[in-house]
Design a protein around this ligand. Structure first.
Ligand SMILES: [Zn+2]
Length: 157
């Protein structure tokens, strides 16, 4: 299995959410696939499980809360190199080019998801969401610290 610091952090995040709300990460993934009809939210390509990815709508760097509204279904090229830290509306605009109809309908689809999920996420007690957020921040700092120690040690041996 391919692994990286961000995969480790995402795994920790999933675990924390599953401890706080059992089944939430699997449910979230299933709901995202269903809502987006197994299509990339940006380029509309049909995806299959194992190829499609869950994309952070907002760059992780400015993401405070680990809530579902911040994730959409995306193909690996859209999720990976193409979007990077670009905001999702600008990226979608670029993806759709001059096709205003595609832009409007995909934009409405994503906006509808954010709205639908905000209501569902409101069911998670704010203190719980905040506690997960705090834990993630601390754990991320610890992971980053130990990874830099490991890398420094690796250079020396
Ligand atoms: Zn795509």
């Amino acid at each position: 299995m391919k692994t990286s610091p961000s995969i480790a952090k995402n795994a920790v995040k999933r675990c924390l959410w599953d401890i706080a709300c059992p089944g939430s990460s699997k449910r979230m993934t299933d709901e995202i696939w269903e809502y987006f009809n197994s299509r990339c939210a940006y380029c509309d390509q049909v995806l299959h499980r194992g190829y499609g990815q869950i994309d952070h709508l907002v760059p992780v760097a400015i993401l405070r809360q680990a809530l579902r509204g911040y994730f959409v279904l995306a193909c690996p090229p859209c999720n990976g190199n193409e979007k990077r830290e670009m905001d999702w509306e600008s990226f979608l605009r670029e993806k759709c080019g001059c096709d205003e109809v595609a832009f409007a309908s995909r934009r409405a689809k994503i906006a509808g998801w954010i709205k639908a999920v905000r209501g569902a996420d409101a069911e998670v007690a704010p203190e719980l969401a905040q506690a997960i957020d705090d834990a993630l921040r601390e754990i991320t700092l610890t992971i980053d610290h130990h990874i830099s120690l490991l890398l420094a040690l690796k250079k020396r041996v």
